[in-house]
Design a protein around this ligand. Structure first.
Ligand SMILES: NC(=O)c1ccc[n+]([C@@H]2O[C@H](COP(=O)([O-])OP(=O)(O)OC[C@H]3O[C@@H](n4cnc5c(N)ncnc54)[C@H](OP(=O)(O)O)[C@@H]3O)[C@@H](O)[C@H]2O)c1
Length: 248
């Protein structure tokens, strides 16, 4: 199995892409620490994932929470962290004329500050070699009406992966980002979008369907393992052709 005896941390893993990633990692032999802020949701996910999974309630944007998470992970599994997936993130509609700086900053604080704290606080607990995967988005490169905060936050995540990669390459720590297009997860509930609206959006995807979260997890697994050992500072598009194929 690809992750036999490895220890992985996946933030924001109670639902969606994070949950699918934790599930795939377990099936590849890893022990996995999952996090999220809502304890009930997180423990329900951990129960589904089985005994190789340890849930730790933690806000990715809180350095103190993340320090506690890594300490708990290393003590519980008695080894350093081999794979870190900084996946926790939120999406909000933020039309410029109706969005205060405080609301704008809330998205940036979770999606960018959260990734920064997740990686920074992990450093003392990371094994050498280790692989870090940051979950960005297709939105990093596409201006989207009413989503300036989210788009800006994801552009920052792609950029952070490259600078982290530069800073950690001599430590044997690889850092890459992944940019999903549209994946069918509860993030769209938080935007008040129905599944029918999601399927409407999907019509512009060359593959004509949203991704199953497991398809994003498969690409995260690739970046997590030795299969990608010559990659660092890269951004991997997993978007059904949206970024690479012209609609004409
Ligand atoms: N679905 C898509 O189409 C899509 C496309 C591109 C990129 N992405 C990115 O993929 C990642 C996962 O999204 P998803 O679609 O799987 O959404 P999701 O199902 O809503 O999952 C988000 C997860 O993050 C957790 N979370 C949110 N804020 C957190 C925080 N401050 N600290 C810790 N955990 C936090 C949530 O749990 P709690 O609320 O309990 O904390 C939940 O477990 C996000 O970064 C998102 O931007 C998604």
């Amino acid at each position: 199995m690809l992750l036999d005896h490895k220890l992985a941390v996946v933030t924001g893993a109670s639902t969606g892409i994070g949950f699918a990633t934790a599930q795939r990692f377990v099936s590849e032999g890893a022990r996995v620490v999952i996090s999220g802020r809502d304890a009930q949701k997180l423990h329900r996910a951990a129960q589904q994932l089985g005994e190789d999974v340890l849930p730790v309630v933690a806000d990715a944007a809180s350095p103190a929470d993340m320090q506690r998470l890594y300490k708990t992970a290393v003590e519980h599994f008695q080894r350093d962290v081999d794979v870190l997936v900084a996946n926790a993130g939120i999406s909000r509609q933020t039309p410029v004329r109706e969005t205060s700086l405080e609301q704008f900053s809330d998205v940036l604080n979770t999606n960018v500050g959260g990734v920064y704290s997740t990686v920074r606080e992990a450093l003392p607990s990371l094994s050498r070699p280790a692989s870090i995967v940051l979950v960005a988005s297709l939105a990093a490169n596409q201006g989207t009406k009413n989503f300036s905060a989210y788009c800006a936050s994801k552009a920052a995540v792609v950029s952070l992966a490259k600078s982290f990669a530069a800073e950690f390459v001599e430590l044997g720590i690889r850092v890459n980002s992944i940019s999903p297009g549209v994946a069918n997860t509860p993030i769209f509930d938080s935007l008040g979008m129905s599944e029918a609206q999601l399927l409407e959006w999907a019509k512009v995807i060359p593959m004509k369907r949203p991704a199953d979260p497991a398809e994003i997890a498969a690409a995260i697994l690739f970046l997590a393992t030795d299969a990608s050992r010559y990659m660092t500072g890269a951004d991997l598009a997993v978007d059904g052709g949206m970024s690479g194929i012209s609609p004409f």
